[in-house]
Design a protein around this ligand. Structure first.
Ligand code: NI
Length: 136
């Protein structure tokens, strides 16, 4: 019996989208306001979904307390109220787009889960714009 368990969370962070080896003009044209030199903020929403076979003895797929704790440690503590470009090691050389943030989050959480569990993250950058990553 395959089942999914999700944890929803939220963090606020600032970022600037920029390709270092592009000209200022090209960055401005391509990224628009997201290239603003003094950064801008987003209220990110994140849904982390773990999928796998239910443990018939306990009735659990995963301990939701554990899922809550790893999302707090690996995502909230790491990203909330941070400037992603300046404060977060992962984005020193990686453009902090919603796509890349979702991939970084997936990679962090993947290490904390048993191999038999599948993982998917959905990251909302705005209410209407979101990206989804499942490791493929
Ligand atoms: Ni932005």
């Amino acid at each position: 019996m395959e089942i999914s368990v999700s944890r929803k969370t939220h963090f606020n962070a600032a970022h600037r989208l920029n390709v270092a080896h592009w000209s200022e003009e090209k960055n401005k044209t391509f990224f628009g306001p997201c290239n603003n030199a003094n950064y801008h903020g987003h209220n990110y929403d994140l849904i982390v979904t773990v999928t796998g076979e239910i443990d018939l003895e306990t009735g659990y797929l995963i301990d939701m307390k554990y899922l809550k704790d790893i999302v707090k440690e690996d995502v909230e503590d790491r990203f909330d109220h941070k400037n992603l470009n300046l404060d977060v090691e992962d984005f020193k050389t990686l453009n902090p787009t919603a796509e890349n943030i979702a991939i970084v989050i997936w990679q962090l959480l993947r290490k904390r889960l048993e191999n038999k569990l599948k993982l998917k993250v959905i990251l909302y950058e705005t209410e209407r714009n979101f990206v989804e990553y499942n490791g493929n």
